[in-house]
Design a protein around this ligand. Structure first.
Ligand SMILES: *Cc1c(COP(=O)(O)O)cnc(C)c1O
Length: 352
């Protein structure tokens, strides 16, 4: 730390991303990326002339991407704000909508970035524990005095909260923003996005990082009432109006238009996930009922850390989360072949 760092910032504890090994030696099942490449339409769109055009600034309104998202979800362009990853959108939303006194509330086990954003902006944070079965108790978030932030399906567990429960939370908090982070919604949940037309306090955030194979493209977005979106646009344009680069605007537009490729990829991942669950049952593992592109799994014999290390020695990277989840590892769903390979290694580890 330098002697110039301002007081208050010295206490910041940054978010720790999953390992990104420099070599390709590992089967990488640790950061919920897609095992499939982006749509072939994305590859076609990134031409030499588009690369030449990088000398020019990107479109500060990202119009072609915003239009493609609005068309896909049947909302107006004034209902969409894009970000450099959904992480950036989440940061803007925390900054814009969390009251500095009453703050923000989210589950104790969820996306690890929420507490980091709250600290970054000096926002009070309160958490509620999950229920015994690792589900969110919707009652905890009714008539809240704070901004409500829920990932659905929830991060780390993959557990899905019904749309009815979400709607009740939104309804009971007319004076607070309810942010639903739907990073994993395309793997089997029903999106709350259409409800943004009814509830002016609902903000739905999604990402191209998981279901659209563009984690490295850094594209996220929020959908909400034109009032909420206009506030987000004010923050975005006060911070970095060129937050999406030219190539990402193109890539995102092509990816969301290619609905066939998207469905094929998400269906394959869902099939592989259910296949992994069957294999885990055969191994006497326990796991949460994930509707995401990962499974939070617990070995009958090994701690999460031991299992993480044993898999690593065998060339497979998974995520060890520690803390309240120290018994578990979080396994990203790859291809069916990846799942079968993982299973063969798990058999070897558990029977040695
Ligand atoms: C992966 C993830 C994000 C971040 O997505 P980016 O668009 O890559 O920034 C946000 N929220 C949750 C719950 C996630 O799992």
């Amino acid at each position: 730390m330098s002697r110039f760092l301002q007081q208050g910032l010295a206490k910041l504890i940054p978010y720790i991303p999953g390992e990104q090994p420099k070599n390709q030696a590992f089967l990488k099942l640790n950061t919920n990326e897609s095992p499939f490449p982006p749509s072939p339409k994305v590859v076609e769109a990134i031409t030499a002339s588009e690369v030449d055009a990088l000398r020019l600034y990107s479109d500060p309104t990202a119009e072609s991407l915003v239009r493609a998202i609005a068309d896909y979800y049947h909302v107006g362009m004034e209902n969409v704000c894009v970000g450099n990853g959904s992480d950036e959108i989440l940061a803007f939303a925390f900054h814009a909508f969390a009251n500095r006194k009453t703050g923000v509330v989210f589950p104790e086990i969820t996306y690890g970035f929420y507490p980091v954003f709250a600290d970054f902006f000096g926002i009070q944070q309160r958490t509620f524990p999950l229920l015994q079965d690792y589900s969110i108790n919707p009652e905890d978030y009714l008539s809240s005095d704070a901004m409500v932030v829920l990932a659905n399906p929830n991060a780390q567990t993959g557990v899905y909260l019904s749309l009815t429960a979400i709607e009740n939370i939104v309804k009971s908090n007319p004076e607070r923003v309810v942010l639903i982070d739907e990073a994993y919604i395309d793997f089997g949940g029903e999106s709350a996005l259409p409800l943004t037309k009814i509830y002016p306090n609902l903000l739905v955030v999604q990402t191209f990082s998981k279901s659209r194979s563009l984690a490295g493209g850094r594209i996220g977005f929020a959908v909400g009432s034109s009032e909420l979106i206009s506030d987000l646009q004010t923050l975005r344009c006060s911070f970095n109006p060129y937050n999406l680069n030219r190539l990402s605007i193109l890539a995102g537009r092509e990816a969301i238009r290619d609905t066939d490729y998207f469905s094929a990829c998400t269906e394959k991942i869902i099939t592989a996930r259910e296949h992994l669950k069957e294999k885990l049952v055969a191994l006497n593992y326990t796991f949460t009922p994930s509707r995401a592109n990962f499974v939070l799994a617990k070995s009958p014999a090994l701690s999460g850390e031991k299992l993480y290390n044993a898999l690593r020695e065998n060339g497979i990277l998974v995520r060890y989360l520690g803390g309240k989840l120290a018994d578990f590892v979080r396994i990203t769903i790859g291809t069916l072949e990846d799942v079968n390979h993982l299973y063969s290694i798990l058999v070897k580890i558990e029977t040695r």
